[in-house]
Design a protein around this ligand. Structure first.
Ligand code: 5GP
Ligand code: ZN
Length: 114
């Protein structure tokens, strides 16, 4: 756990979040400032600073995160579709330095994003 990491603190129950799922490896909670009617974040409980910091040994965990995104969309009733996003690094638009996968839906998405 990184003490100065907000998502580690959420994963550790030290600061509150609207958690919708957790197991030993993964947590899902609602984004504080949602960009759509459904906006959830899927995170590994272990601190990984970004997707760029993962390697082959993380394949299982990455698969688990992706699968959890699908389950989360199902739970949210996003049967008409949803968007999954992983922002990586400053130019990728990452603002929180703990790997997270956005699940966004409940309205029409546009492409490309800004
Ligand atoms: P990024 O820009 O790094 O891809 O996404 C970070 C996301 O985390 C943003 O959508 C932001 O609204 C969300 N966020 C930042 N701080 C908190 C927090 O303390 N709690 C929750 N639930 N979401 C947060
Ligand atoms: Zn962290």
């Amino acid at each position: 756990m990184a003490d100065d990491c907000i998502f580690c603190q959420i994963a550790g129950g030290k600061i509150p979040a609207r958690v919708v799922f957790q197991d030993e490896d993964v947590m899902v909670f609602r984004d504080l400032t949602p960009k759509a009617p459904s906006h959830l974040l899927v995170i590994p409980k272990r601190h990984i600073s970004s997707l760029a910091e993962t390697d082959d040994a993380d394949s299982g965990l990455l698969g688990k995160l992706l699968h959890r995104a699908v389950e989360t969309a199902r739970q949210e009733g996003l049967d008409k579709g949803f968007r999954t996003v992983i922002n990586t690094g400053p130019e990728g638009g990452q603002t929180v330095g703990h790997l997270h996968l956005h699940v966004i839906g409940g309205r029409q998405m546009t492409w490309p994003p800004g």
